[in-house]
Write a protein that binds this ligand. Structure first.
Ligand SMILES: [Fe+2]
Length: 191
């Protein structure tokens, strides 16, 4: 059967395997991979990032998705796996994004590791919330979001968001976030 009501496609129900321990969707058809070299311009210490790239260009993060139609009414979902590490004193993080449809939110459920979801509004208001196993972060509409891993194991989370939300990375490339997460005198500091 194939039809749409107001632009929302009919689909048959389906099931997806999720590897919660390793942070993967074994049958994902979208597998986004970001290495250190994909993160130029995001960290404060550019020299430390270049040293990391020269030293094997390690894996930074992966996102697994089995995509659904990018339409109102559908729910996109993912497993995100962010490796542990630092660029200088700054903890590994994802690029971060707004949703193209700004008035759409997102749920992140922590599965493994510990870190922060750092968020900002278009007019520069900052917020950060802890994410870990048994913690679920609600990212409301209008907030750009980025995850940061402060643990010594991968930070794995499950996300779900409206199918028509889209991703807007460009504004973060230009504006960055007002604060980052750093190791300072042996402590995790958001500054
Ligand atoms: Fe998002």
């Amino acid at each position: 059967m194939s039809f749409q009501v107001d632009g929302t496609s009919f689909l048959d129900p389906f099931v997806v395997d999720v590897d919660l321990d390793n942070g993967a969707m074994p049958n994902a058809t979208n597998h986004l991979v970001r290495r250190a070299s994909n993160m130029r311009g995001y960290y404060q210490d550019e020299k430390a990032l270049e040293a990391l790239i020269a030293d094997g260009d390690p894996l930074h993060y992966e996102v697994f998705e089995v995509p659904v139609p990018e339409e109102y009414g559908h729910l996109m979902y993912c497993i995100s796996k962010l490796q542990p590490g630092r660029v200088g004193d700054e903890f590994f993080m994802t690029k971060g994004h707004y949703h193209t449809v700004l008035q759409t939110g997102e749920i992140y459920l922590g599965l493994r590791g510990e870190g922060y979801m750092v968020m900002k509004t278009p007019d520069g208001v900052f917020n950060s919330q802890p994410i870990a196993r048994c913690k679920m972060v609600y990212v409301p509409p209008y907030w750009a979001h980025r995850s940061v891993n402060v643990s010594d194991e991968p930070l794995v989370s499950f996300c779900v968001y409206p199918g028509d939300a889209g991703h807007n990375y460009g504004d973060i490339v230009e504006q960055g976030f007002p604060k980052g997460v750093f190791l300072e005198d042996g402590k995790v500091v958001v500054k």
